[in-house]
Structure formats: C-alpha cells, structure tokens
Design a protein around this ligand. Structure first.
Ligand code: PEP
Ligand code: MG
Length: 323
C-alpha cells in the first residue's frame, strides 16, 4: 500500500477531470521541513510557531525567530512558506501562568491573535522577523483565531508600523507580503465574506472550527464521540467560507486535520476546495484520492449533501461517494 503511494511523490495532484489541486504541508518545527520537500508537497500551508515559546522561561527575540524561518525558507527552496503568528493559550499553554492566571475557560479566553496583539513582546519581534524573512523567499503571514474584523485592522496597523520601522533602518522585506487569516471561529466562518474582503487569503482551521461550532473541547475524551467533521453545521460553515473566497477572488486553504483525512477529500473537492494543507505523512494518500476523483462529477452530489439534516445519512452518502 505504502509502496504504491511512493510512486505518487513526483506525480501531479491533478483530478481525473484535469483540475490542479495545491497540496501543502503543516510543520511544527524547522526540522520538519525536509519531509515537506521529500514528499513532493507544493509548500508549507501552516508553519506553527508555538515551538519557539515552549520549554523556556523567556520570550524568543527577533533573531531567534528569523533564524528558524530562514532555515525553513532555505529548505523549501522557492516553495511558499506560510508562517502563522504565535497561537498560544488554550491547549497551547507555555509558561504555567506567567501571563496571568489560567482562565476558567481557556479555549474561550486570551488565546491566538488576542494574546498576541496584547503582548508587545510577543508580536513585535515575531512580525519584524517574518517581514525580514520575506526578503529571502516566498513568505506569507497568517493570523490564528480571528473573531472580529477589528483584529484584522489591528494586525494591519501593526504591520504598517513595522514596515515603516524597517524602511527607516534600511532593512529589506517583501512589500507584497500576503496577509491571511484562519477561519476557525464560527463567527468568522459566518462572516467569511467580510474577512475575505480584507485579507489576501483564508485558511480553514477545522480542528478549532469543529470544537467551537459543536461546543466540544477538542482534547476532552468524554465528548470525543461528538466530534464530527460531517455535522451539517460544520459543512455549512466550510461551504460558506469557500463561497466567500470565490466571491472575493482570493484563495482558501484548509489546514485542519480534516484536510489530511482522505475520507473527506472528495467531499472537500466537491465543495470547491483547491488547496489542502496537512501533515506531510498524509500528502500522498490525499493525492491519490484527488487523482481518483472527477470533481465535476462529484460537485452536484456534494452540494445536495449540504441539504441533509441527519449526520448519519450524510456519512452514508459520503460512503457512497467515496466507494
Ligand atoms: C486548526 O484549528 O484546525 C488548526 C489548524 O490550528 P491548530 O490545530 O494549531 O489549532
Ligand atoms: Mg486552530
């Protein structure tokens, strides 16, 4: 099975009806980057930068950020690298309460972009390093946990300030650096059209989107049985986000676990997803599913699935679609 897949490394991710799909990888450490190239992925769709903050009492400085990013950019050798700003808090706590008391409800607390914007020591060096890194390769920056457009405006302002600072210091950066946002809070998915008008790309984070839509803690085993990517509400939010991206003419990626699960590949292709980002180990499996799919043919069946209200009937239809 695995050996059959290896042959796919150098094959294009083309559907049966000839549509090109972009296959990106998620990484958590600079050391993960060689696997991305080895598996033949088109680039990095999610570079989680939380590792820089882990297992230490202090905050990483600009040079540390930059060294990590340059390492990855070099390894990727011209392929795009999407750097996500630190998404700390909730299940990614780093410092035993150094940043204040642990909230009763950390997933709904100060996490992701909320914490990042509040902590100048966290956002300024990281943003400077990302901008500086953009001079050395095709870099994009991505914001996690957006829930209001106001956060996008704040980030834009911060980017403007940082750019001005770098210009003044004659430090080069990419003037076109793309700014994307993660759609992983239901409010952002419902209002995806608004976010699409103010961002250069969107990326659907299904891990959190499912958690927040279905009100189930993603790391609580007691409610694990309710965690369902096929819940009609989840599908509706994904479909809405894809529609918003199309209407605004910007790309939409999916970088949650759902993107790397080949059971859902046909469904996602049918909904119009053209960019998938996943653990490098899943790339070939998903590529095989793409090459086995006639997107034009499944699109009608998939869109009819959006009207179904029972999750188990949906699962059955999906089974039929994938068979
Ligand atoms: C997600 O929420 O789907 C996601 C990709 O981000 P993380 O798993 O790092 O929260
Ligand atoms: Mg997330």
């Amino acid at each position: 099975q695995r050996r059959g897949l290896t042959k796919l490394k150098r094959q294009p991710a083309l559907s049966r009806d000839g549509q090109a799909v972009t296959l990106l990888a998620n990484i958590e450490l600079p050391e993960d980057a060689p696997a991305v190239v080895d598996i033949g992925a088109d680039g990095i769709g999610l570079y989680r930068t939380e590792f820089l903050y882990m297992n230490r009492p202090d905050t990483p400085d600009e040079e540390e950020h930059l060294a990590a990013y340059l390492h990855v950019i070099k390894t990727l050798d011209g392929r795009p690298v999407t750097i996500r700003t630190a998404d700390l808090g909730a299940d990614k706590q780093v410092d035993g309460g150094r940043r204040g008391p642990v909230a009763t409800n950390p997933a709904l607390g100060l996490r992701g972009v909320r914490l990042w914007l509040k902590d100048q020591e966290m956002c300024r060096p990281q943003l400077r390093a990302i901008l500086r890194a953009s001079h050395h390769g095709p870099v994009k920056v991505m914001i996690p946990m957006l829930s209001t457009l106001h956060e996008v405006m704040q980030v834009r302002r911060l980017i403007e300030e940082t750019r001005a600072e770098l210009r003044e210091q004659h430090i080069p950066f990419d003037e076109q650096l793309a700014l994307g946002g993660m759609i992983e809070v239901p409010a952002a998915a419902v209002c995806a059209a608004h976010f699409a008008r103010h961002l250069d790309f969107l990326s659907i984070g299904t891990n959190d989107l499912i958690q927040y839509t279905l009100a189930i803690d993603r790391i609580d085993d007691e409610v694990n049985y309710l965690y369902d990517p096929l819940h009609p509400a989840v599908l509706a939010l994904i479909a809405n986000t894809l529609r918003a991206g199309r209407a605004a003419g910007i790309p939409v990626t999916m970088c949650g676990e759902m993107a790397g699960d080949s059971r859902y590949t046909r469904l996602l292709l049918g909904l119009g997803l053209e960019q998938f980002s996943m653990h490098p180990n899943s790339v070939l499996e998903v590529k095989r599913a793409i090459r086995d799919t006639d997107i034009g043919e499944v699109a009608a069946a998939v869109n009819a699935m959006l009207e179904i209200d029972m999750a188990d009937e949906l699962a059955e239809r999906l089974q039929a679609l994938t068979a």
